[in-house]
Design a protein around this ligand. Structure first.
Ligand SMILES: *[C@@H]1O[C@H](CO)[C@@H](O)[C@H](O)[C@H]1NC(C)=O
Ligand SMILES: *[C@@H]1O[C@H](CO)[C@@H](O)[C@H](O)[C@H]1NC(C)=O
Ligand SMILES: *[C@@H]1O[C@H](CO)[C@@H](O)[C@H](O)[C@H]1NC(C)=O
Length: 187
């Protein structure tokens, strides 16, 4: 009996403690992941997209917003882009989305960019969904791998990586087409 009373007392005490944490802690709760459909097995989706970085001409899709720190390397240069993503390598092939973000020359001793961009899809079932790429791009390497750090819409909880391969580049004005082979795990 004494034991029972003791247990009851402990429970009342615990209850008091729990209800007193209501002030300021009730914005967070553990929830059932099934409510977001997360009990399903993740899918692996592969896309091959072509990213057109056009700096030249009257309508560039990519604009340098910050010049390099010195004139001996590109370090410090920042370029803002809203580049077309097409289904085929030709620039006039179907546009499936836009690559929006910026790249910044982040390496002092080589050509290396910090890439920060969202691939915003605008066709078919992916219309309105995005994936976010954040990574290191040593642009003169044949293959550059960068992480996919997240996504939205159909790509909620996404993760994965891309492999970037330059298909052509104009060394005079910097215009380039880069193939992005994307491997995305998502629900
Ligand atoms: C690069 O910068 C240095 C120092 O500011 C200057 O003397 C030189 O003329 C510049 N060179 C070019 C090609 O602009
Ligand atoms: C796309 O451009 C190529 C030349 O670069 C041309 O041969 C082709 O006809 C064009 N396609 C369309 C659909 O305009
Ligand atoms: C994509 O979604 C937008 C906004 O809902 C809509 O205006 C547009 O027509 C859609 N495009 C396609 C190709 O379905």
């Amino acid at each position: 009996m004494a034991k029972l009373i003791f247990l009851l007392a402990v429970q009342i005490l615990l209850l008091a403690v729990v209800s007193s944490t209501g002030d300021g802690e009730d914005f967070a709760r553990t929830m059932d992941s099934k409510l977001l459909g997360l009990q399903k097995k993740e899918k692996l989706t592969h896309f091959k997209l072509y990213w057109h970085d056009i700096l030249s001409g009257p309508n560039p899709s990519s604009v340098r917003i910050q010049p390099p720190v010195t004139n001996t390397s590109s370090f410090g240069a920042v370029t803002m882009m809203d580049n077309a993503l097409t289904a085929k390598v030709q620039m006039n092939s179907t546009v499936v989305g836009q690559a929006q973000g910026f790249y910044a020359a982040a390496a002092q001793k080589e050509l290396g960019f910090l890439m920060v961009m969202n691939f915003a899809f605008k066709t078919g079932k992916y219309n309105g969904s995005t994936i976010t790429i954040l990574g290191r791009n040593t642009a003169l390497s044949e293959v550059r791998e960068m992480p996919i750090v997240g996504g939205s819409g159909l790509f909620r909880f996404a993760r994965g990586y891309v492999e970037a391969r330059t298909k052509w580049i104009n060394m005079k004005n910097g215009d380039a087409t880069v193939e992005y082979s994307c491997y995305v795990l998502h629900y």
